[in-house]
Design a binder for this molecule. Structure first.
Ligand SMILES: [Zn+2]
Length: 330
């Protein structure tokens, strides 16, 4: 009896110990299972942005040739290249309009234009690039409108303006971000293997601009401008206040959903500049900074179905730069 009692208690305590152990193991396992599930969920959620980051930032040539994008929603409008070139050439009597290069793709020749305003009393030089990414069609449509404005608005008289468009003519024809070789021109500012990047580098060397503006569009709701480190804070705030005054819808997040410095503005300060160096992302902005020239990149929204709405904020930024730069710059 005693023995039985003993064993009984012994058995009970053994069971108790076993149960405790099981509980502990189960608890530990639960923790690991929860931890594992969290990791998997985070990885799945992060995977898409990481995949997009890899494709759009770290792969200079992600396609075999010009191709349409299907990673993002996008309102596209076809641009008739012949009419576009005609719309540039009609400014021939007021501006110095010339073809500076040509791309041949599938037996078709695509000219790239350089348009210079002709001023005798100019003090500053603005260099402007349009259509680095061929699917960002509104950036092409800004140019004829801007040329009309330059001809009419006195504020441009103290500026030499040089415009290069379309930087990526094959992309424009095929509604493709990439050029004829499937390369993203705005990731090629180290090796300069694309004609688009070479043309921009040569224009910077030859024209020696005070400031550069590059017209783009992106998959964010609303408009924003990216300014590199040497663009003054005063100029940034003038641009923001003009955009606000003219009721432009401002983006609060950028390309991959990253929060902006302010609504409507991404300032490429020390952190972004260093991150671009670490990841080896060589954009026009990085190159401009190396040359000591500030670069403003304008980004209207791909989603907007109203082309005029997309054109408007680019025009405001250009006009504000021309209006304010001389007052602010040393
Ligand atoms: Zn772009």
């Amino acid at each position: 009896m005693r023995k039985h009692f003993y064993y009984g208690w012994g058995g009970f305590s053994y069971n108790l110990k076993k149960n405790n152990c099981l509980n502990v193991i189960m608890n530990k396992m639960n923790k690991w299972i929860i931890f594992g599930v969290v990791i998997v969920v985070v990885a799945i959620l992060a995977f898409r942005p990481l995949q997009l980051f890899y494709k759009y930032y770290l792969t200079p040539c992600a396609a075999d040739g010009p191709e349409k994008q299907d990673d993002f929603e996008m309102h596209l409008e076809e641009i008739n290249l012949e009419s576009y070139y005609e719309s540039l050439e009609q400014f021939d009597d007021e501006f110095n309009v010339q073809v500076i290069n040509e791309v041949t793709y599938k037996d078709k020749t695509y000219p790239i234009y350089q348009i210079d305003s002709v001023n005798e009393s100019s003090q500053n030089r603005l260099l402007l690039f349009a259509v680095t990414h061929g699917n960002e069609f509104a950036s092409a449509l800004v140019i004829p409108k801007l040329l009309r404005e330059i001809g009419e608005n006195e504020v441009y008289q103290s500026w030499d303006v040089r415009i290069v468009t379309p930087v990526n003519p094959v992309g424009l024809d095929y509604q493709s971000r990439y050029n004829e070789n499937g390369c993203d021109i705005n990731r090629d500012f180290k090796d300069f293997q694309t004609l688009g990047a070479q043309i921009q580098r040569d224009a910077i060397q030859e024209f020696n601009p005070d400031i550069i503006i590059s017209l783009h569009e992106g998959p964010q709701k609303g408009f924003f401008a990216i300014s590199t480190a040497s663009v003054s804070r005063e100029l940034e705030s003038s641009i923001l206040s003009e955009l606000q005054k003219k009721e432009v819808q401002m983006a609060s997040k950028s390309f991959l959903g990253l929060p902006l410095t302010k609504d409507g503005l991404m300032h490429e300060g020390f952190i972004i500049t260093t991150a671009k160096k670490i990841f080896g992302i060589h954009t026009l902005g990085s190159y401009g900074e190396l040359q000591g020239v500030g670069v403003i990149t304008t980004e209207s929204s791909w989603f907007d179905t109203d082309a005029q709405n997309r054109i408007k904020p680019h025009m405001i930024v250009v006009e504000t730069v021309v209006n304010e730069y001389g007052k602010i710059a040393p």
